[in-house]
Design a protein around this ligand. Structure first.
Ligand SMILES: Cc1cc2nc3c(=O)[nH]c(=O)nc-3n(C[C@H](O)[C@H](O)[C@H](O)COP(=O)(O)O)c2cc1C
Length: 279
């Protein structure tokens, strides 16, 4: 399943016109309620199958690399960024030939990220609604009226509340370790969460998945599926579309090969007897 962010540079309408496989829209709860309603309506009209509300970015993490490089959206021209552009000519060529940088789900409502430079951390801290609570999540879930997941659940208690408000899935995730420094790995939280709610909603394990064997471990522990960001983004940065296709082929080949080596013929054969934990 393909997921697209509210902060994406390609609109839900355009994506929907290109692919008819299942699609997920990832939603950030903004202060601007008009923006929130517009995102929900557009994703629904574009036949998105799943809405995922991200709940771990109520403020920006301390992204030290962004602070050091001065990374903003859109990019700010500084001495360092000019040097980067000069040494990577394709950046400049793409910038000039690939159309204007846009954030199509946001731009009718906020200028930050398109016309006004903003770091990602600053965007989260100023544009998202820090008073978001369980009632807001419940309202969004019923307004959406279809498959609805909370992205960024890390505890049994929150997983149970997700069930109570009507979610059909949760993404056990720490945002790739980019938010709360020192948080546990999602994989380490997985077993207790699956034991508590795995029969009531889909539990997706996310983060740090870079190999087919990582997926096999999460599925063996009881996850319904795995998801990730950098698992395809590194390939995208290195090789564009061909890079992503190659990465996906490798994940698939590794899954199939290793399931054969484990003597499993189907995903439902995977179970906890495949795993040993250090005492
Ligand atoms: C470049 C980049 C952009 C991201 N943008 C978003 C986003 O817009 N919304 C969101 O919920 N998570 C976003 N994430 C977090 C991912 O959805 C996901 O939680 C994280 O990447 C999982 O860890 P992994 O990269 O180890 O797979 C982003 C991650 C990266 C690396």
């Amino acid at each position: 399943m393909f997921g697209v962010s509210a902060l994406a540079t390609v609109s839900v309408e355009e994506i929907s016109s290109m692919i008819d496989t299942p699609k997920m829209f990832q939603f950030y709860f903004h202060k601007d309620r008009g923006l929130n309603d517009s995102c929900l309506e557009r994703a629904k009209a574009a036949n998105f199958d799943v809405m995922a509300l991200t709940v771990d970015t109520i403020t920006g993490g301390n992204r030290e690399r962004d602070l050091r490089t001065g990374f903003t959206s859109p990019p700010k021209l500084t001495l360092a960024s000019l040097y980067s552009f000069a040494t990577k000519p394709m950046w400049g060529i793409n910038y000039l030939t690939k159309g204007k940088f846009e954030l199509p789900h946001l731009q009718d409502f906020v200028k930050e990220g398109t016309d006004v430079n903003s770091s990602i951390g600053n965007y989260f801290s100023t544009m998202l609604d820090q008073s978001m609570n369980w009632k807001d999540a419940e309202n969004l879930c019923s307004k959406w009226g279809g498959h609805f997941a909370l992205k960024g659940i890390m505890s049994v208690e929150d997983a149970k509340r997700a069930v109570d408000i009507g979610c059909t899935g949760i993404m056990v995730s720490n945002h790739g370790g980019r938010q709360l420094d020192g948080s546990r790995a999602p994989f380490d939280q997985l077993a207790e969460i699956v034991d508590a709610v795995g029969d009531k909603l889909d539990v997706i394990c996310e983060g740090g998945i870079h190999r087919g064997t990582h997926m096999l471990k999460a599925l063996s522990l009881g996850a319904k599926a795995c998801s990730g960001g950098r698992l395809y983004l590194y390939a995208l940065a290195a090789g564009g579309q061909a890079g992503v296709e190659r990465a996906l082929e490798k994940y698939k080949a590794e899954l199939v090969r290793d399931m054969k080596l484990m003597g499993c013929t189907k995903i439902s054969d995977l179970n906890r007897s495949n795993l040993r934990f250090r005492k």
